[in-house]
Design a protein around this ligand. Structure first.
Ligand code: HPA
Length: 272
């Protein structure tokens, strides 16, 4: 079912544009300005896409933007689907299956995240080296369609080392500062307790967020090359000296977004 459905969605999208991008970018909260770098845009609203869920959270526009960055074709997802919104894991990751069916080979997954590593400040950009899945479930559970990938997929290098290397080289070239670390994914929608963050720190996590793990996992399962970038918008609970607010998170993401956009735009332009 999922194979046929996602193929139908992919065919619909191919009918909407002549672009045949090999690279997709998922834009996290407050990081949507990347679309300003996309030339000759073709936009498709999620609500017009067959079988596509519609996103509900404030700050997520809910559209695919096709176009070119530095002459390289790309599709950006502005607005993603979160588990905390009540979607099934398979729904959260549905766009990744569609991307695979469209011929996408590289995917850059971004997010806003809380900093657990005490040397990270709000505004830090972190290359994700690995994830810890704290969702308590995952999108691979249930029937496996071998046309997509194996029953027991390998997750030893979800974020491909050569892709990370490329991102680092580009960052150095254009003067963007970055750190590296492990992303721990939780369901949300509440910001974690101080005890949870203390536990996550002991587990080896550098940043915490409510997305990215399901999409990265499925992208890797489908054989896509994944790059993950977190924008640290706040220090995590217990490390932060004040209560969290979604508005603060969005404001820092927007501010740090400038470097993020320059960086990701340049990476995309080198994937041609
Ligand atoms: N926790 C979880 N998700 C987040 C945070 C956080 O502190 N900041 C931005 N997204």
């Amino acid at each position: 079912m999922l194979f046929e459905k996602s193929n139908e969605t992919a065919n619909f999208l191919k009918g909407k544009t002549n672009y045949r991008p090999k690279t997709a970018v998922i834009l996290g909260s407050g990081l949507g300005d990347l679309v300003n770098y996309i030339e000759d845009q073709v936009e498709v609203d999620y609500k017009d896409i067959p079988h596509f869920p519609v996103s509900t959270v404030a700050g997520h526009a809910g559209k695919l933007v096709f176009g070119k960055i530095g002459g390289v074709e790309v599709v950006a997802m502005k607005g993603r689907f979160h588990f905390y919104e009540g979607y099934e894991m398979r729904t959260v990751t549905y766009p990744i299956y569609v991307f695979k069916q469209m011929g996408i080979e590289n995917i850059i997954v971004s997010n806003a995240a809380g900093g657990i590593n005490r040397t990270f400040d709000p505004g830090t950009l972190m290359i994700i080296t690995d994830f810890i899945n704290m969702f308590g479930t995952n999108p691979l559970i249930g029937h496996n369609d071998e046309r997509f990938g194996p029953r027991f997929p390998d997750m030893s290098e979800v974020y491909k080392k050569d892709f990370i290397e490329k991102a680092k080289n580009v960052a150095d070239e254009i003067g963007v500062k970055y750190r590296e670390g492990v992303y721990i994914g939780v369901t949300g929608p509440y910001y974690e307790t101080a005890a949870e963050i203390s536990a996550f720190e002991k587990l080896g996590a550098s940043a915490v967020g409510m997305s990215t793990v399901p999409e990265s996992m499925i992208a890797n399962y489908l054989g896509l090359k994944v790059l993950g970038i977190s924008c640290i918008t706040n220090m995590a609970t217990g490390i932060a000296t004040k209560a969290h607010s979604h508005e603060d998170v969005m404001a820092v993401a927007k501010r740090t977004g400038e470097d993020f956009c320059r960086w990701v735009a340049k990476i995309v332009s080198k994937l041609g």
